[in-house]
Design a protein around this ligand. Structure first.
Ligand code: HEC
Length: 126
């Protein structure tokens, strides 16, 4: 899976941020994604990898389901805990990609791993 907004993540920043706030991601990750009770989305550490496919799965399925699919924590964040699933809350995959574009806009260095999964359980990711 690949984000259709990768070519223009900064253009997507504002609309993605609105979605991010409307789904209350900020309650755990902070208003700008800088973390809070939960890991920051703005640092270089991505627990399961920073590629599109993995982030989409993590946000849609939540971390418990992701782990059932064979993913493990390959990096250590400053806080560890379960991430709830949003697949039934975020209405379309398009909206989820917009939220991911917001995270990329806040965290430009994550773009280098956009197609570079840290792990590929069952060959699920390309
Ligand atoms: C109830 C608190 C909570 C909410 C709400 C929440 N998250 Fe998370 N999120 C977490 C936790 C805890 C982790 C770490 C998961 C792990 O270590 O397995 C995480 C991990 C992540 C990661 C990976 C971060 C990293 O450093 O590896 C991303 C990306 C992410 N969340 C995005 C989102 C988005 C987008 C939303 C809103 C749709 C959201 N989260 C809502 C708690 C939350």
């Amino acid at each position: 899976m690949h984000n259709p907004y990768n070519d223009d993540v900064t253009g997507m920043e504002e609309v993605g941020h609105k979605k991010y706030l409307s789904y209350s991601c900020n309650g755990c990750h902070g208003g700008g994604g800088g973390g809070g009770m939960c890991p920051p989305l703005t640092n270089d550490t991505f627990v399961y990898g920073a590629d599109d496919d993995t982030l989409f799965r993590l946000i849609a399925l939540g971390s418990d389901e992701l782990q059932k699919d064979g993913y493990t924590r390959v990096r250590k964040e400053i806080v560890t805990g379960p991430m709830p699933p949003f697949g039934n809350i975020i209405k379309t995959s398009d909206e989820l990609w917009r939220v991911i574009a917001f995270i990329r806009a806040k965290n430009p260095s994550s773009m280098k791993d956009v197609s570079n999964p840290a792990q590929t359980p069952g060959g699920a990711a390309e």
